[in-house]
Design a protein around this ligand. Structure first.
Ligand SMILES: *[C@@H]1O[C@H](CO)[C@@H](O)[C@H](O)[C@H]1NC(C)=O
Ligand SMILES: *[C@@H]1O[C@H](CO)[C@@H](O)[C@H](O)[C@H]1NC(C)=O
Ligand SMILES: *[C@@H]1O[C@H](CO)[C@@H](O)[C@H](O)[C@H]1NC(C)=O
Ligand SMILES: *[C@@H]1O[C@H](CO)[C@@H](O)[C@H](O)[C@H]1NC(C)=O
Ligand SMILES: *[C@@H]1O[C@H](CO)[C@@H](O)[C@H](O)[C@H]1NC(C)=O
Ligand SMILES: *[C@@H]1O[C@H](CO)[C@@H](O)[C@H](O)[C@H]1NC(C)=O
Ligand SMILES: *[C@@H]1O[C@H](CO)[C@@H](O)[C@H](O)[C@H]1NC(C)=O
Ligand SMILES: *[C@@H]1O[C@H](CO)[C@@H](O)[C@H](O)[C@H]1NC(C)=O
Ligand SMILES: *[C@@H]1O[C@H](CO)[C@@H](O)[C@H](O)[C@H]1NC(C)=O
Ligand SMILES: *[C@@H]1O[C@H](CO)[C@@H](O)[C@H](O)[C@H]1NC(C)=O
Ligand SMILES: *[C@@H]1O[C@H](CO)[C@@H](O)[C@H](O)[C@H]1NC(C)=O
Ligand SMILES: *[C@@H]1O[C@H](CO)[C@@H](O)[C@H](O)[C@H]1NC(C)=O
Length: 533
């Protein structure tokens, strides 16, 4: 499925924020039952170790000596000394060019197989082998895992298995957390039948991201038979509809539902999930849902995160009572070509009760028009504000300088004019500021030099004039600086040498040299040539 992903990514230029999992491996020291571990279990662990072929000895280096309860990643029950937990997650995942994780490209991964010797760990409740390259001889999820009947937690996420997900996992009747997800990508795993899930009556967490479930039409009915579910991640599952009707909703504890990157082509309002008023996180990005929000949206008062980006759905905002969503912290409606006036969006559509809660607002790649209202500064917790690629006009309000939690401000590709307000220099936590491709004039405010954490500054393709203020070179965190395609003049401040974190520099400054006879010549030059010859 990678080609489809590539195509979508190139159709609309988006920035990818790579995300890292920050799990850590801690040695476990908990045993008070008299020292030493069960010899059979110790032998089983050593046999498991033999199935590991990588020569990265970091992870299993401590796996020697008598007391296996002291080995890294192994936990025993205090009372009985039995091994109850194996936590061998690889915390260091590498990212490919698209930001996806690849266990088998990671130097710190375990390679090899999930050895059948694990079956001897009869008391094991918790098994985390995520982000390793434990594919074994046939690259499939081993059926034998279905015999580890004491497991409550099984995490195989990020192991790039192929083939059918074995229904044997339905034997794990105590299971509470089952994570087979492929960390944000389509995989070569599939299932034609997930009814075995209904044999897991205690399941709270289901992660099957990336598993091809395209043949399964009645998946919501199956999930509805597992009332304890709190988290469901079926992103990238090639599902084609979510508009099944559920007569009686049993999923009253569901808090997080991720159905992003599927192929839903029906009306937004017909989704079964709008009945789930307990939801706090709803992800529907990268589908093809059309039409407006349903009125039932008004009942989803616990909703903190609503992401319906990149559905190409200009009509979603038409009605639907978004005003009651007082818990909203993240609203992402980017990539939908929504028409509308930005001022009435801020003043009328966004719930007044979220003004002190909203942390991320992404309305980029839409068709909002009008002028940014001063009221934007009432959204005092905003950390990410993205309004790029719309049709906004008028000045950048100085009041934006009151949003002191902002870490990222994206206003590029609009028709904003006037000068850059020096008040933006008060945004001391800003790491990224992109005002490129507008009609901004005036000079670069020296105050931007106060932004010590700023790593990306993009002001290209405007009509900014005057010399580059030397104060800007106080922003020593800058890694990307693009001031190109403006009408800057003067020389590049020699202080540019203090920007020693720069990876990308594009200035294209017009250097004006005053010659001894008083006349001047101007040339376009790169930063490297910032001296008069
Ligand atoms: C087991 O013992 C360790 C160390 O003595 C202690 O920190 C831990 O809480 C105990 N665990 C249980 C489940 O009793
Ligand atoms: C051990 O690592 C070296 C260098 O990284 C590699 O060339 C070699 O093939 C590895 N050996 C095994 C058994 O994985
Ligand atoms: C992960 O990376 C850190 C820093 O590079 C290193 O100290 C640590 O040992 C690595 N962990 C493993 C399991 O390889
Ligand atoms: C499984 O492991 C991954 C990565 O190691 C982690 O991000 C995820 O939260 C884990 N799943 C559960 C249910 O704990
Ligand atoms: C586990 O489940 C599979 C298929 O669902 C079944 O054939 C098998 O007998 C079960 N194994 C055990 C040990 O219960
Ligand atoms: C997904 O599975 C279906 C059968 O269930 C198959 O027809 C289809 O080719 C698979 N899609 C991909 C991308 O693997
Ligand atoms: C869930 O709801 C359905 C109706 O959609 C009902 O038939 C079923 O018995 C319920 N299942 C559980 C486990 O509550
Ligand atoms: C919201 O919930 C109430 C109580 O459960 C229900 O009566 C009402 O019909 C719901 N509103 C909508 C628009 O579904
Ligand atoms: C965007 O908005 C402008 C001004 O309202 C309008 O002329 C244009 O047709 C809209 N574009 C799209 C794709 O809806
Ligand atoms: C918001 O910014 C404006 C203009 O910069 C300023 O006059 C006003 O005092 C600020 N308001 C608050 C509450 O900080
Ligand atoms: C840019 O600014 C200059 C002088 O400030 C002005 O003459 C010119 O028309 C402007 N160009 C554009 C494209 O706005
Ligand atoms: C910022 O830069 C200016 C000129 O380069 C310098 O005079 C000033 O001391 C710097 N300010 C700080 C706080 O470093």
């Amino acid at each position: 499925m990678r080609p489809t992903t590539n195509l979508l990514l190139t159709l609309i230029t988006i920035s990818i924020f790579p995300f890292f999992t920050n799990g850590t491996l801690q040695p476990q020291h908990q045993h008070a039952h008299g020292g030493g571990c069960n010899p059979d279990e110790r032998a089983a662990l050593l046999s498991f170790k033999e199935g590991i072929t990588s020569n990265n000895t970091n992870l299993l280096a401590s796996w020697k000596g008598q007391d296996c309860c002291r080995w890294r990643g192994v936990s025993c029950c205090n009372q009985t000394g039995h091994v109850i937990k194996l936590h061998l997650r690889n915390p260091n995942v590498t990212l490919d060019a698209y930001g996806y994780d690849h266990a088998c490209a990671s130097a710190s991964a375990l390679f090899g197989e999930i050895s059948p010797s694990l079956l001897s760990l009869k008391h094991l409740k918790h098994l985390d082998l995520s982000m390793n390259c434990l594919l074994g001889p046939n690259s499939q999820i081993p059926h034998l895992l279905g015999s580890m009947g004491n497991l409550r937690y099984l995490n195989l996420s990020g192991i790039p298995f192929t083939g059918r997900v074995p229904s044997h996992l339905g034997n794990l009747s105590k299971m509470q957390y089952l994570d087979l997800g492929q960390a944000g990508d389509y995989s070569d795993m599939y299932s034609m039948d997930i009814t075995w899930l209904t044999k897991l009556p205690f399941l709270k967490f289901l992660g099957m991201s990336g598993v091809n479930l395209s043949g399964i039409a009645d998946w919501p009915h199956t999930l509805n038979m597992i009332p304890p579910l709190r988290v469901i991640d079926l992103s990238y599952c090639l599902l084609d509809s979510a508009n099944q009707s559920l007569l009686h909703l049993n999923l009253t504890k569901l808090e997080k539902l991720d159905l992003s990157w599927n192929f839903f082509k029906h009306s937004l309002g017909s989704g079964w999930f709008w009945k789930v008023t307990s939801l706090k996180y709803l992800h529907l990005e990268w589908n093809l849902l059309f039409g407006k929000f349903p009125d039932t949206l008004g009942n989803m008062t616990y909703l903190r995160v609503l992401d319906i980006s990149y559905n190409g759905n200009p009509d979603m905002m038409m009605t639907g009572n978004i005003k009651k969503l007082c818990s909203l912290e993240i609203l992402d409606l980017s990539g939908n070509r929504i028409n509308g006036d930005i001022e009435s969006l801020f003043v009328e559509s966004l719930p007044q009760c979220t003004r002190k809660n909203l942390q991320k607002l992404d309305l980029s790649y839409n068709n909002f028009t009008g002028t940014l209202p001063n009221i934007v500064s009432d959204f005092s917790k905003l950390s990410i504000l993205s309004l790029s690629n719309n049709n906004l006009v008028g000045p950048i309000p100085a009041q934006l300088g009151n949003l002191t939690c902002l870490t990222s401000l994206d206003l590029f590709w609009n028709h904003l004019n006037g000068s850059i307000p020096p008040e933006l220099g008060a945004l001391t936590t800003l790491t990224s500021l992109d005002l490129s491709m507008n009609d901004l004039t005036g000079s670069i405010p020296a105050e931007l030099g106060n932004l010590r954490y700023l790593s990306e500054l993009c002001l290209s393709d405007n009509n900014i004039t005057a010399p580059i203020p030397p104060e800007l070179m106080n922003s020593t965190s800058l890694t990307h600086l693009d001031l190109s395609s403006n009408h800057l003049n003067g020389s590049v401040p020699t202080e540019i040498g203090s920007l020693n974190n720069l990876i990308y520099l594009y200035i294209g400054v017009c250097i004006v040299c005053i010659l001894p006879d008083g006349s001047s010549v101007s040339t376009w030059a790169s930063a490297a040539e910032n001296q008069c010859t």
